[in-house]
Design a protein around this ligand. Structure first.
Ligand code: AMP
Ligand code: MG
Length: 321
């Protein structure tokens, strides 16, 4: 962006995250409406409070189907489809394990193995039964819980983009604590920082220049605790019930829709660099940036963005570099 362009930033804390909205004209009222919209979706989707439409489904597990609103139904349908992909690391029914580990919340501990085994049996996504005609969701076993934490922000970022577009905004950016969605191409494009894992300051490994795209990052450093020298982070492996343990510190996805970015960061976490890059060859619309513990930055491709490496501790590799 050129120095003469005036950008107006509005911030709030919602969904437990700092939210940032950038506009090119001063419009406090529009910013308030955007934050209200985010809050409305949070109220429908959260599992961090006793009541929401998703919690209504969870409370009725093993008892009955619950009719939900269209956005909640379509998001759950999308999350179930991602969970049913072959060998998927994404699982919308991971809730009982997330609640037991409490990673990122007070009281996080390594659960006894018996608990993990017992709770794993309550996370089968096939037991999330959808009824399109009724728009209802039924969790067939008592104790099952849907958790949309890996997909809700992406969905909401897309709804904010659509809302801004409807309001006539041609250039803008929303950052929902790691999920960035953008409209338009300001002069020079949008520059988005790639966070340095585990750094206490706002240090960046590099920057991405994008236009009309979403950038979503999932990292092991976002929520974790340490026990006996080992790091336990918030992305769980639905196959084992433990945090995914591989070569990755973070995965970033550049895509048109933020919901895809949110799903694919989890899928890529499960696959790792090699399998992930191979899988993305069939999806030119989804591009990944892997940051490994060995301080490599691997680009699956970079047709829709430009990456600049800033931190010389890291090495840039990948099929297109
Ligand atoms: P994200 O920041 O988008 O990677 O989402 C992380 C959040 O998704 C966690 O805090 C959990 O609420 C939830 N979660 C953890 N593991 C999984 C998983 N394997 N599949 C789906 N959701 C998950
Ligand atoms: Mg996600």
């Amino acid at each position: 962006m050129s120095d003469t362009t005036r950008v107006y930033s509005y911030s709030a804390v919602l969904m437990g995250s700092p939210i940032l909205l950038k506009l090119f004209s001063h419009d406090e009222a529009l910013a308030s409406r955007v934050f209200r919209l985010i809050k409305q979706y949070e109220d429908l989707l959260t599992v961090n409070r006793a009541q929401s439409q998703v919690m209504d489904i969870n409370h009725a597990a093993g008892l009955r189907a619950v009719v939900v609103s269209s956005p909640v139904y379509s998001l759950i349908k999308c999350a179930k489809a991602a969970s049913m992909l072959p060998d998927s690391a994404f699982n919308l029914a991971i809730g009982p394990l997330v609640k037991r580990w409490r990673i990122g919340f007070r009281g996080d501990t390594v659960p006894p193995v018996e608990d993990i085994v017992r709770l794993l049996a309550l996370t089968d996504p096939r037991q999330v039964v959808l009824n399109d005609a009724e728009q209802s969701v039924f969790l067939t076993k008592a104790g099952m819980e849907i958790d949309l934490g890996a997909i809700a922000k992406g969905y909401i970022a897309d709804r904010v983009r659509d809302y801004l577009r409807k309001e006539g905004v041609v250039q803008g950016l929303i950052n929902l604590g790691g999920n960035v969605q953008t409209l338009g191409t300001p002069e020079g494009g949008w520059s988005i920082g790639l966070k340095k894992p585990f750094s206490t300051s706002a240090s960046m490994i590099g920057t991405l220049e994008i236009a009309n795209k979403s950038v979503v990052t999932s990292g092991v450093y976002e929520r974790f605790f340490e026990h006996n020298g080992q790091i336990y982070h918030h992305i769980l492996d639905p196959r084992t019930g433990y945090p995914l343990n591989n070569e990755l510190d973070s995965v970033t996805i550049v895509s048109e829709n933020s919901i895809d970015g949110d799903i694919w960061t989890t899928l890529m976490y499960g696959m790792g660099v090699e399998k992930g890059c191979a899988a993305l060859r069939a999806r030119p619309d989804i591009e990944a940036i892997f940051v490994t513990k060995a301080k490599e930055v691997v680009l699956s491709s970079n047709h829709h963005y430009r990456f600049t490496l800033l931190d010389k501790d890291y090495r840039l590799t990948g099929s297109t570099v």
